[in-house]
Design a protein around this ligand. Structure first.
Ligand SMILES: [Zn+2]
Ligand SMILES: [Zn+2]
Length: 200
């Protein structure tokens, strides 16, 4: 059943807070046991100007997404969002994601500085939740898992890496092959995945 392991939450130097060069990211991901990564820089998908999405020369699969910050929490969004309007309120963002066939993942929902408003989840606006975030404390990940159970959301994991050291600290095991952004969206929507802490 073990099909593909992806770190679905990774920041490159295109995020102001990250130092990770794309070259070193691509170089180290396979050695961390990852079959793929999702590049989710803060509020932009500019990575598309410097890298081609999909299978890389070394066998690593790279899919582009974005971590979108709102006053009601941060969301990993996957879909045709290259030109997503900035500074949307969370409910408008999440409705836009749904209407365009994408998916939003509630990122680190219990992080003190950036909690996700549970009302958004209650309204069914967010189908998946990060229950394993590499920068979370165990308490924060545990609270996210309890929230997931309450609303029967899809659970997934990502490192939230801002440095190579952090890469792959948490990941998502997909039970279906993931080659494209559409495959990833479908697997997340269908819940064909689970969070995993890769062996180091
Ligand atoms: Zn950041
Ligand atoms: Zn992040």
């Amino acid at each position: 059943m073990a099909i593909m392991l992806f770190d679905i939450h990774v920041h490159t130097r295109l995020s102001p807070c990250s130092r990770m060069r794309i070259g070193e990211l691509l170089e180290h991901a396979r050695a961390r046991g990852l079959d793929g990564i999702c590049i989710t820089d803060h509020n932009l998908m500019d990575v598309r100007h410097v890298l081609t999405e999909g299978l890389q020369a070394n066998g690593l699969r790279v899919i582009f997404g974005m971590e979108y910050s709102t006053g009601q929490g941060d969301f990993l969004i996957f879909g045709p969002f290259e030109e997503m309007a900035p500074d949307l309120p969370a409910d408008r963002l999440l409705r836009t994601v749904q209407q365009s066939g994408g998916i939003a993942v509630a990122a680190h929902p219990f992080r003190k500085a950036r909690p996700v408003d549970e009302g958004l989840i209650q309204q069914g606006l967010c189908g998946a939740i990060e229950t394993c975030n590499g920068r979370n404390t165990p308490l924060e990940n545990g609270a996210a898992e309890r929230l997931r159970q309450r609303y029967e959301l899809t659970a997934c994991g990502g490192s939230d890496a801002h440095t190579v050291d952090e890469l792959g600290a948490c990941a998502t095991r997909f039970l279906a092959p993931i080659q494209t952004r559409a495959d990833l969206i479908q697997a997340l929507k269908q819940g064909q995945c689970r969070p995993e802490v890769p062996a180091r």
